[in-house]
Design a protein around this ligand. Structure first.
Ligand SMILES: Cc1cc2nc3c(=O)[nH]c(=O)nc-3n(C[C@H](O)[C@H](O)[C@H](O)COP(=O)(O)OP(=O)(O)OC[C@H]3O[C@@H](n4cnc5c(N)ncnc54)[C@H](O)[C@@H]3O)c2cc1C
Length: 539
């Protein structure tokens, strides 16, 4: 029997496997102990394997030990703290990575929300799991502050950055003030967009982009009703599937010719439409809402072909706008996001950015896997290393249990064609260029299990800067180190992480001084999860 107090936390996205609930959409019945889950099962949110989960003793949220108030946590010295703005997955992942490396660093997090640690991706499949907002809280701000020795100011907004004085202006219930920083990290996330149409203000179109949004959306829609879903992208389709599985009547509208049009070939897009229709959703593609009006009961959306759709509540899922205003008004370089270089540094050397608000050299990357790689790299750099961001291909799991999908799109601007192999059980689509090289893929149904294997042969999101690594290695080896330190190092072909035998990988259970040959075969790259076979000797 499963130990009912032990759950398993996905170290990549924060999803929690609770043996009592199982993962019915992934074929794991409620009551299945962790040990009995097949080894090829993957996290339903981000697609990583069982080896990326860690056991946690789960206390109900209301029983979480309330230590000293977060605001009273003490600094270790008189230095201004490292300040992180934002306690989403980016802010908290960075804080945890920093704490692994430096137990004494003073870290202050400021957030305009409640500071609860939760898995944002679960917002779009929470209804099917009968979750209220509070069920999704993994840890309160106070529990995070206590466990990781952080100062957390929740329900506190940063309104300006004074780069000369190294201070941020803040406002909370107690009024306005300022806080000094040593180094500042912006992990501000992105705002959900609403497509404007005449009458939309009267309808009150909702977006669900954080826990507070989910709490008010859940209260608004109660348990039944007609939902107008605007947007058939990744998040829109996830919400459509989730709402329909909880017995809501869903009508989805999108101007694109098929759902997830930028990520899927037409054939797979239509498969998804069929699956959603079988679940009871109505899908209007190639259409947009021209205007809204009051109906006899509820509201009416008038489409651009004149068709009228009656609904009770509207949800917008038409994309995100990175939060750049704070950075822009402080004079930092911004574009679609806050511009960062490969060390995650903005145009001000004391200010960094990561997560949904950051624009890397690979563009905006509003997904969990790149965000976690950024957090690890930035933590290492803030603790004195000089690493450079490199990202392998990172497939994204689309949480539409009605048709499981994994997408790994080709690099933006790639030219080529999709080749699709499909049968009743699933589909594999490969995007190939004129030379026949596969640059991206999409998988459906039973073919989704091929994602990790395929990803290894895809172009990286951001290739390793070879020269930089060679220089770094040379200078390290020529620095007069001990025999064990000069044993061969190995570089991950995907993300550029270097395994240095002198340092080992203590977080992965590999003690300093362990030679490459002595690392167990099931060890994986701590940065991107690639196996030993994906490493190459570098010196
Ligand atoms: C419904 C949904 C489903 C998703 N599903 C997936 C998925 O399956 N797989 C995947 O890879 N990705 C998924 N994503 C994307 C993923 O969740 C995000 O990329 C990620 O959570 C972003 O984290 P973040 O920390 O950058 O931003 P956020 O989580 O938005 O955090 C931003 C933080 O900044 C704070 N903040 C902002 N401005 C200020 C200010 N001025 N002062 C103080 N605090 C401020 C906010 O309060 C918040 O704490 C999904 C997203 C959504 C919305």
């Amino acid at each position: 029997m499963a130990d009912s107090n032990t759950s398993y936390l996905c170290a990549t996205c924060g999803w929690v496997y609770d043996p009592e609930q199982g993962d019915p959409d992934g074929g794991i019945a409620p009551g299945t102990p962790w040990e009995d889950i097949p080894d090829d099962w993957v996290c339903p949110v981000c697609g990583v394997g069982k080896e990326d989960f860690e056991a946690i003793e789960q206390a109900p949220v209301e029983q979480a030990p309330v230590e000293q108030p977060a605001e009273l946590a003490l600094h270790h010295d008189d230095q201004p703290p490292l300040v992180i703005v934002g306690t989403g997955l980016a802010g908290y992942s960075l804080a945890k990575e920093l704490r692994k490396r430096d137990s004494g660093l003073a870290i202050t997090l400021i957030t305009s929300d409640g500071g609860e640690a939760y898995s944002k991706p679960m917002l779009s499949n929470a209804l099917a799991r009968h979750h209220q907002a509070d069920d999704m809280v993994q840890k309160s701000a106070a529990a995070m502050a206590s466990e990781f020795d952080l100062e957390i100011r929740s329900r506190c907004r940063v309104t300006a950055i004074d780069r000369e004085q190294h201070t941020v202006q803040i406002t909370d219930d107690d009024g306005a003030g300022s806080l000094k920083y040593d180094r500042l990290v912006l992990a501000l996330g992105a705002d959900a967009r609403v497509f404007p149409a005449s009458g939309s203000d009267d309808v009150g179109i909702a977006t669900v982009n954080d826990l507070d949004d989910y709490r008010s959306w859940r209260a608004k829609i109660a348990d039944s009703g007609r939902i107008l879903l605007i947007g058939a992208g990744l998040i829109g389709c996830e919400f459509a599937n989730d709402l329909a599985s909880a017995a809501f009547e869903v009508v989805m509208v999108d101007p694109a010719p098929w759902p997830l049009a930028r990520l899927l070939p037409q054939q797979l897009g239509f498969k998804l439409v069929e699956a959603l229709q079988q679940q009871g959703c109505t899908v209007h593609l190639g259409r947009t809402v021209a205007n809204y009006k009051q109906g006899h009961e509820g509201f009416v959306a008038v489409l651009d072909d004149g068709r009228e759709i009656a609904f009770d509540h509207a949800l917008s899922a038409v994309g995100l706008s990175p939060r750049i205003a704070l950075a822009e008004s402080a004079g930092l370089e911004v574009d679609a996001g806050i511009r960062v270089n490969r060390t995650m540094q903005t145009s001000d050397p004391s200010i960094y950015a990561l997560g949904d608000c950051a624009q890397t050299q690979a563009g905006l990357l509003p997904y969990i896997a790149p965000l976690l790689a950024q957090a690890r790299l930035l933590a290492a750099n803030l603790c004195g290393e000089t690493g450079s961001l490199a990202l392998p291909a990172m497939p994204v799991v689309v949480k539409t249990p009605v048709l499981p999908l994994v997408v790994c799109p080709p690099p933006a601007g790639s030219e080529g064609n999709w080749e699709v192999e499909s049968d009743n059980e699933g589909a594999l689509a490969l995007f190939r260029n004129a030379d026949g090289n596969a640059l991206g893929f999409a998988l459906a149904g039973n073919r989704t299990s091929e994602q990790q294997q395929l990803a290894k042969n895809m172009p990286p999101l951001l290739a390793v800067e070879k020269e930089e690594i060679a220089t770094e290695e040379t200078s390290r080896v020529s620095g007069g180190e001990t025999a064990s330190e000069t044993a061969s190092s190995y570089e991950c072909d995907f993300c550029g992480y270097i395994y240095d035998p002198a340092e080992g990988d203590p977080d992965g259970g590999i003690a300093p001084g362990t030679a490459w040959e002595d690392i167990p075969e099931d060890w994986v790259c701590p940065t991107c999860g690639a196996g030993k076979e994906d490493f190459t000797v570098v010196g």
